[in-house]
Design a protein around this ligand. Structure first.
Ligand code: AMP
Length: 489
């Protein structure tokens, strides 16, 4: 089965944008962007969408799905030029977050720069007036978040009744954010005759139902099953006490290879705390989450993109769909409650086929979450035990003395806590650090139970579903950064 998929993907890689029936102004914009060939979802989806078919795209961000819908939409609008309806749009794209909506609108502008079509974006948290004015004369492509769009529809500043093409992006995320009711309200106002494009990374039952309601004889295109991201990203789990996580994080940033890092926390307050702790340790950091104003978020993202801050500390929702090139590492300061979020998180560092590195911290009360993640991703993530690590203890003491920062309280996982781990017991009984009873870890694999176990060949990726695992322990005080091996990927 797998070799056949690989062959198909290779054949698709040979497809050129010119084979897909795209018009010259679009090809020109793509060449200017430096895109050489379509990604698999683009190769599969663009011809059908150009022909007017509905589409069910099962794909996550990072696959090039935005261009997969933006390019054929732009072409269809340009081929059949007509004025956009007043206070309405010709193509409507719904996106779950403001950041993603902004990015999608930017993509439309970039790819459509030689076509002279109009693009606008509408989302909450900012004033209505400018949005109303932008929409008054009609717009070709409108990208919106559902809540604000409905507000505009209720105030009659937007009428979606003449929409020709409707895109629902990140449908599963819409479900997570409680947007299904607003979406159904919007869909009810759309004309019956329209083209629908529906994208979701996963297909939980409710999303399948919504797709069934919306789509007519869709072409189904599925790319990048979640395992692909999992395979591309070099992953490691570090077991560590919750209160020592910030010392461990500071240690990671000692490695200059950690140049552009997204750090995930479970809560907004946690994000602020972690960003503050990094700043106090001399690492430029910015936090991004739902309590930040639009301006603050934009400034944080811009500073991160420009390389002015090394660390962007984010909650899942704030980071969803954010497309930032060349993220060197993703650090999960806390594991997510939903296993799928783990895959979304690590996907931030493996955009458009690139490889990346991801480190997840796991405190004892997060072991259940880790087990679920390994089940969903069908991999055993290489792990290292940094609990009871005197280096971290000492570093934490120094941090506390220097900065006067209080020990943090853990953000509680929602799932039940697990009993104290066997490896702690093992160490007390003097287990062999290289795979004795004290070194047992997930998936029944033996793990070194003592201090710095990574580095050297230990830092190899989970590759091919994580069958590889760390080998030797790095000697204490050994030269070079324990993370230096990560950077080659
Ligand atoms: P998306 O999945 O739409 O968020 O896209 C992920 C990233 O891939 C974005 O940075 C795009 O600019 C980039 N991208 C999309 N299509 C291509 C392509 N054909 N070649 C190279 N990069 C691409």
């Amino acid at each position: 089965m797998r070799p056949r998929i690989a062959l198909r993907e290779r054949l698709q890689a040979l497809t050129q944008f010119t084979d897909l029936g795209l018009a010259k102004p679009l090809l020109k914009a793509l060449a200017e962007e430096g895109y050489q060939a379509p990604t698999p979802i683009q190769a599969k989806a663009i011809p059908g969408v150009l022909a007017g078919r509905d589409l069910l795209g099962i794909a996550q961000t990072g696959t090039g799905k935005t261009a997969a819908f933006a390019l054929p939409i732009l072409q269809r609008l340009a081929e059949d030029r007509r004025p956009a309806p007043r206070r309405g749009c010709r193509a409507l794209v719904l996106s779950p977050t403001r950041e993603l909506a902004t990015q999608i609108a930017e993509s439309f502008k970039t790819y459509g720069r030689h076509l002279g079509l109009t693009v606008a974006v509408v989302f909450g948290g900012v004033k209505y007036g400018p949005q109303m004015r932008a929409l008054a004369g009609g717009i070709d492509v409108l990208v919106a978040t559902p809540g604000r769009l409905l507000d505009h529809m209720e105030q009659k500043s937007i009428n979606v009744g003449a929409t020709e093409i409707f895109v629902l992006d990140e449908a599963d995320q819409m479900l997570d954010l409680g947007f299904l009711v607003p979406i159904r309200k919007v869909v009810r106002e759309l004309p019956k005759e329209r083209q629908n494009l529906f994208f979701s990374a996963t297909m939980p039952g409710e999303i399948g139902k919504l797709a069934g309601e919306m789509l007519r004889d869709p072409q189904k295109v599925e790319v990048t099953p979640q395992s692909t991201t999992v395979e591309r990203v070099n992953q490691q789990v570090l077991f560590v006490e919750q209160q020592r996580k910030r010392a461990l994080l500071a240690e990671l940033f000692d490695d200059p290879a950690f140049t552009r890092v997204i750090v995930f926390t479970r809560t907004k307050r946690g994000a602020d705390r972690v960003a503050k702790s990094l700043e106090q340790g001399g690492v430029e950091a910015a936090a991004i989450h739902g309590d930040k104003s639009q301006g603050q978020r934009e400034r944080a993202l811009a500073a991160f993109k420009a390389g002015q801050v090394r660390a962007l500390v984010a909650t899942d929702i704030a980071a969803r769909g954010i497309d930032i090139d060349a993220v060197t590492h993703v650090v999960q300061y806390e594991l997510p409650n939903v296993p799928e979020a783990y895959v979304h998180r690590i996907g931030r560092t493996a955009r458009a086929g690139a490889k990346g590195s991801a480190v997840a911290f796991c405190a004892d009360d997060e072991r259940n979450l880790l087990r679920d993640i390994q089940k969903v991703t069908r991999q055993a993530i290489p792990s290292f035990d940094r609990r009871n690590d005197r280096h971290l203890g000492a570093a934490l003491a120094v941090m506390g003395e220097l900065k006067g920062v209080r020990e943090e309280r853990p953000a509680q996982p929602h799932r039940s806590e697990q009993k104290p781990s066997h490896s702690a017991r093992g160490r007390r009984s003097g287990a062999n650090p290289h795979g004795g009873s004290g070194a047992k870890a997930h998936g029944g694999e033996a793990r070194p139970a003592t201090k710095p176990a990574y580095g050297g060949s230990a830092a190899k990726p989970a590759g091919g579903r994580g069958r590889k695992r760390p080998q030797g322990a790095r000697a204490e005080g050994g030269g070079g950064s324990p993370w230096s091996n990560w950077t080659s990927r």
